[in-house]
Structures are given as structure tokens and as C-alpha cells.
Design a protein around this ligand. Structure first.
Ligand SMILES: Nc1ncnc2c1ncn2[C@@H]1O[C@H](COP(=O)(O)OP(=O)(O)OP(=O)(O)O)[C@@H](O)[C@H]1O
Ligand SMILES: [Mg+2]
Length: 609
């Protein structure tokens, strides 16, 4: 029925039963330290709502409580607009409730509740001053019922309520007329919430570290500081102090040798080449200071990849060497028809609901590689001594090239087992794997069987024009990399034989891998009498291991497009672990090395072992 004036709905609004369960579920989607972001963000927003847009955010010990109880509890203090008692009840105690406009790209009204409340069952104390009046409320998880909500107070005047006035004696020094302090009690009243949760990077500076790596920058006028060294006496100002948290942006600008931007379709890639000595100096401290990658959205960093994962992604972006000095942040732009949002837990970015297209961006970035990064890569490789075995290996493989063209796969038809004929036809059940799903998305009609369903299947031929190679195989460029030469970054391929980057047709071999160095040592010992043998031994050993790896890449490539080899299977067959397996058979390599060294350095007399 149409109504005039105020619309009166005839729909019975859906309600929530068992809100605690819902909160816990949503809370599990958040990363363990996400609450630092949510409470910082609330403070930033509260400061942005003040007339001057300026203010301070402090992550500090609740010193009042420490003085009285000797317990460390983490607190965040802001000089934002503050809340009244009613506002606290309304915003803190209701899911999807926000003072701000709720939207997919703005506030969800859930942040503090799902990320912080679910990790502080003993509670979060809110002390808030508005126009000089202080009030307090206590959000907790009632141990009796498992329900989240505000605790009831008996106020000094004998009335009851879910908030109470509080004296200015406990007001933090930073707060004037307006501001808020949120104290995290943890899951138990005895919990030390200043202590970094298990697994947090840089435990002694975990708050600065997390916030710096989460934020690209804070709005101008907002200063953020975090306590470090809180366990030292408060008189020891050198160690027990507040450190300013700037976000990654300022740090990178200050420590970069070069910086710039590359325009990608639907995104902007910002890049930095860090100065040589600075790059590693602060590693594992309060900020991400060596090479890494992330996505940037609304001044926050998502999907940050550092360490091994960061190296792999930088290499995909074409930064094959020197990746410990390169930082790339890709900022997707919301264009018409492309909406960038984060998921509810704010752990991931989505473009129209899909994950970020890292592989596409990588290809584009490689094509538009900034000169400064190219120069860095060349500088690093200039230091490497890597004689070329390419020619010798290709020459040998030519003799067995027919072996690299595999015969067609046929299922064995023997014994008593009867085989379902239809399963042997192209067009049987498609085998869905992760790789296929992403590669094939967007194709219409996918999932409805294979080629045989279409009438054109009758016209399939075995090959293209006779004598014409349909697709040329890989011809990997090979690079031996080591820590000593600066061509390998720590953790990249750590204790692995090597890695193959299919997108770049690049085979990186870890010269530090034990299997290679053990064989070098073994032969150096055997040729101990021959001065200057070592470089020759190393070259011969490397050449034969390199051949094994090149053969692996070429051989596995021949399995492509076969019925039981999906793209993802091929990827696995060439993974770092698979390549490590490929160099484990030592007998034939040992024989070849023996022969080659015999020719170069003279044969050894057979020794009894
Ligand atoms: N430090 C603060 N100062 C003033 N108001 C605050 C503060 N912290 C929270 N609030 C109020 O509580 C509301 C709820 O916060 P909550 O983090 O749960 O959701 P939100 O910030 O609105 O949305 P989001 O899901 O994006 O975090 C805020 O909208 C704000 O009105
Ligand atoms: Mg919030």
C-alpha cells in the first residue's frame, strides 16, 4: 500500500539472535592485531570530526592502573570529539552502528566490536570526555551468558545505568575538554595486554611496527605515538618512550634513492628504490624497511608481502635482483564500473568483489619498468660471476631432443577392470582445479563439459600446418644467485635448489644450496693437490646441476595440455620443492663431474673408499 509522508513499513525487520556467536565469527576473520587498526581509525575519525582537524593519538600503558595494581594494560588515547554516555551506549553497544554515514567504501559500524571486543572478553573500558565532562562505560563478554554488552554500574547516587560519570583525576594529560581513552583488559583481568600477542613481528615495538606497516600515512594534523620500553623505569626516558608512528609513506620518502609512479590500467603503482645501507639497517624493527609489496587504498596498506613472499611478488613484477631494496605499492583506482572496497574484516581489498589482479599488474609493470629499477638490477648482476653454460647444455640436449617430445598419453586398457569409455573422451567431466578457476573465469559457458559437446569437435585435427611448431617451448634464462654476491636475498629460496618463474621464463638457482656446495667441497678435497682447482670444480658442478634443472623445466613443459596436467599441476611440478627433488639424484651428476674434471684437471687415481 502506498503511503504518504513518513513511510510506515509493513515488513517485520529481521533481528539477531545470539549476537555473541555472530561477533565471534566476524572476529575470527580479522587478523590478530587488527584491533590496533580499528581503534586507531576510530581515533583518527574522532579527530577529523573536530573543528580544527588536529589532534593526538597515543598508544600507551594505562599508567593509573599500573600504579594501583602493578598490571600492564594497553590503552589508546585520542583528543577527538569524545562521546556522551548515550552516544557510548548507542555506538559501542550495537553492531553496524556508527556516528558516520555507513557505506561500502566508508564506515561499516563494526570495526571496534568485531576486532577488539572479541579479543578482550574481560572488557574494554571507554573513558570519554565531551565538553569537559567525563563518562565511562565497560563493554565486555558476560562470562555467565557469553553475551557481549555493556556492564551495569551502580552509580554513587544510587541509580543504575550502563554508563557513569567519572572524575577528572583519571583524565590523561593529553586530553583537554574532549577526548577518549579506551583500555584493553584482555581476556582475563590478569592479562598483560602490553605484551605482544604470540607471533607478532618485532615484539618489543609491535604496536609501532603494526601501525607503520598498516598505514601509508595519517591525515595531516593527526599525530600518532606508541609506547616502547614500557618495562623499563619511567625515569629511563631513553628506553621507556613514545615513538612517533608516521606510516610507511614518510619513511620510504626519506630513505629512498629514487622514487616514482607508474600508471597501470585501473591502478597507480608507486615505487621506491631504498638507499643501500638504510635498506637493511632497521629490518625487523618498528617499520618495514627492506623490499616489500602491498596494495594501497584510502591511505592504508593491504596484502603486504615481505620476506620470501615479497621477493617472489617483486620478481613477478620484474625486479629479479635487488628486490631487498625495492618497494612497490599498487593503488587501485575506482573508475566508472570498478568499485574498490575492503571486506568486512578489512583484511583484503576487492575490485567489484574480485581479488586484486596482481598478475596483470605485474605484466604491465614489467613492460613499463622504471629506468632506475632497471639500473639497480643491472648493478646487482654486474657483481655476479656467472659463466654461461647455456650453449654447452643446449648442445647436449639437442642429442636427445626427441625425448622431450612426449608420446601421447593413453590410459592403459588391460586387466579385468572395465573402463568407462565416456571418461576417456575429450568432453568428459571437466577437472576443476584452483588454477583453472581463476584462469577460466569470465569465459561464458564454462563448466558445461569440454570440447566434444560442440559440433566443431568433429573437425578437430591432430596438428596445425604440417611441420609447423604450434608453440615454442621455454628456453629459460638461467641465473645462479648467492647471498655473498648480493644476488639472492635472505629467505628467498632458502635451502631450496632454485625457482622457476614461468611468466619470465627465468630459472634462478640458489648457489648457496647445500647439495651443490657439498659436491663442490667433495671434489675440492679430491683435487686438494691441484692448486687453483676450486673455481673449475665450482663451474663444472654448477654446469651439471644446471643441466638437471633445465631438463626438468623443459621436460615438465612437455606435459602441458595433457589430460591429467592442469596448469596448477604444472606449476607444482616446477615448484621450489619439486626443483629441489630434481637435483637429489646425485649418481649421474657425480659421474659427469668426474669425467669433466678429469679432462680439465687430470684424472684422479682410483682411491679405495
Ligand atoms: N575514540 C572515539 N571517539 C569518538 N567516537 C568513537 C570513538 N570510538 C568509537 N566511536 C564511536 O563509535 C562508533 C562505532 O565504532 P566502530 O569502530 O564499531 O564502527 P565505525 O567506526 O563507525 O565503523 P567501522 O566498521 O568502519 O569501524 C563510531 O562510529 C563512533 O561514533
Ligand atoms: Mg571504526
Amino acid at each position: 500500500m502506498a503511503s504518504t509522508g513518513a513511510h510506515r513499513s509493513t515488513t517485520l525487520p529481521m533481528t539477531v539472535r545470539n549476537m555473541g556467536f555472530m561477533l565471534d565469527r566476524l572476529g575470527q576473520d580479522c587478523s590478530p592485531l587488527q584491533y590496533l587498526r580499528e581503534l586507531t581509525q576510530n581515533a583518527v575519525e574522532a579527530i577529523s570530526a573536530t573543528p580544527a582537524f588536529t589532534g593526538e593519538i597515543l598508544w600507551d600503558v594505562d599508567w593509573n592502573r599500573y600504579t594501583l595494581t602493578d598490571r600492564f594494560k594497553l590503552a589508546v588515547i585520542d583528543t577527538g570529539i569524545g562521546m556522551t554516555g548515550e552516544e557510548m551506549v548507542q555506538y559501542i553497544n550495537a553492531l553496524s552502528s556508527s556516528m558516520y554515514q555507513q557505506s561500502t567504501t566508508g564506515n561499516f559500524g563494526v570495526g571496534a566490536k568485531i576486532a577488539a571486543a572479541t579479543r578482550n572478553h574481560a572488557g574494554m573500558i571507554y573513558l570519554s570526555w565531551k565538553e569537559g565532562v567525563g563518562r565511562m562505560t565497560h563493554l565486555w563478554r558476560d562470562p555467565a551468558t557469553g553475551e557481549y554488552g555493556l556492564q551495569q554500574f551502580e552509580r554513587p547516587d544510587g541509580t543504575f545505568g550502563h554508563w557513569a560519570y567519572i572524575s577528572d583525576d583519571v583524565k590523561p594529560a593529553a586530553i583537554g575538554a574532549n577526548g577518549t581513552m579506551v583500555i584493553l583488559l584482555g581476556n582475563d583481568v590478569d592479562d598483560d595486554t602490553m605484551k605482544a600477542p604470540e607471533g607478532s613481528p618485532a615484539p618489543s615495538r609491535w604496536i609501532s611496527r603494526y601501525l607503520n606497516t598498516r598505514y601509508f600515512r595519517f591525515p595531516p594534523g593527526v599525530t600518532v605515538k606508541a609506547r616502547e620500553g614500557w618495562e623499563f623505569p619511567r625515569t629511563d626516558g631513553d628506553r621507556n618512550k613514545l615513538r612517533t608512528v608516521t606510516g610507511q609513506g614518510q619513511y620510504l620518502d626519506e630513505h629512498a634513492e629514487h622514487a616514482g609512479q607508474v600508471e597501470l590500467s585501473g591502478a597507480l603503482a608507486r615505487w621506491w628504490v631504498l638507499k643501500e645501507d638504510d635498506a637493511l639497517a632497521h629490518a625487523s624493527s618498528y617499520i618495514a624497511s627492506s623490499g616489500h609489496m602491498a596494495a594501497l587504498f584510502q591511505d592504508e596498506l593491504y596484502e603486504m608481502m615481505s620476506g620470501r613472499a615479497g621477493v617472489a611478488r617483486l620478481q613477478l613484477f620484474g625486479v629479479i635482483f635487488g628486490s631487498n631494496r625495492v618497494v612497490i605499492y599498487v593503488e587501485p583506482t575506482s573508475l566508472a564500473g570498478k568499485i574498490v572496497t575492503s571486506n568486512t574484516a578489512r583484511t583484503q581489498l576487492l575490485i567489484n568483489g574480485e581479488p586484486l589482479p596482481w598478475a596483470d599488474w605485474a605484466a604491465e609493470f614489467r613492460a613499463k619498468m622504471p629506468d632506475e629499477i632497471t639500473r639497480l638490477i643491472e648493478d646487482v648482476t654486474a657483481g655476479a660471476n656467472s659463466p654461461d653454460h647455456h650453449q654447452a647444455i643446449r648442445e647436449r640436449l639437442r642429442q636427445i631432443r626427441d625425448l622431450f617430445r612426449l608420446s601421447r598419453y593413453r590410459p592403459a586398457k588391460s586387466g579385468d577392470l572395465s573402463i568407462d569409455e565416456s571418461s576417456m573422451m575429450p568432453g568428459g567431466k571437466p577437472r576443476v582445479t584452483e588454477g583453472d578457476k581463476t584462469a577460466g573465469s569470465g569465459r561464458s559457458g564454462s563448466g558445461s563439459g569440454g570440447r566434444a559437446g560442440d559440433i566443431y569437435a568433429l573437425f578437430l585435427t591432430a596438428s596445425g600446418t604440417p611441420g609447423e611448431e604450434v608453440r615454442s617451448g621455454p628456453d629459460p634464462q638461467v641465473k645462479w644467485v648467492t647471498l655473498a654476491e648480493g644476488t639472492r636475498t635472505p629467505l628467498d629460496m632458502e635451502d631450496r635448489a632454485g625457482k622457476y618463474q614461468a611468466e619470465l621464463d627465468l630459472l634462478l638457482i640458489n648457489g648457496d644450496f647445500r647439495v651443490y656446495s657439498d659436491m663442490v667441497e667433495r671434489w675440492c678435497k679430491q683435487y686438494a693437490h691441484a692448486p687453483g682447482a676450486r673455481p673449475h670444480v665450482q663451474e663444472v658442478v654448477r654446469e651439471w646441476f644446471e643441466q638437471a634443472l633445465v631438463e626438468t623445466v623443459l621436460g615438465v613443459h612437455a606435459l602441458r595440455d595433457a589430460r591429467y596436467w592442469a596448469i596448477d599441476d604444472i606449476r607444482q611440478a616446477l615448484s621450489e620443492e619439486a626443483l629441489t627433488s630434481a637435483v637429489m639424484p646425485r649418481y649421474h651428476i657425480e659421474m659427469s663431474v668426474r669425467r669433466a674434471l678429469g679432462a680439465k684437471l687430470g684424472t684422479l687415481k682410483e682411491k679405495a673408499v
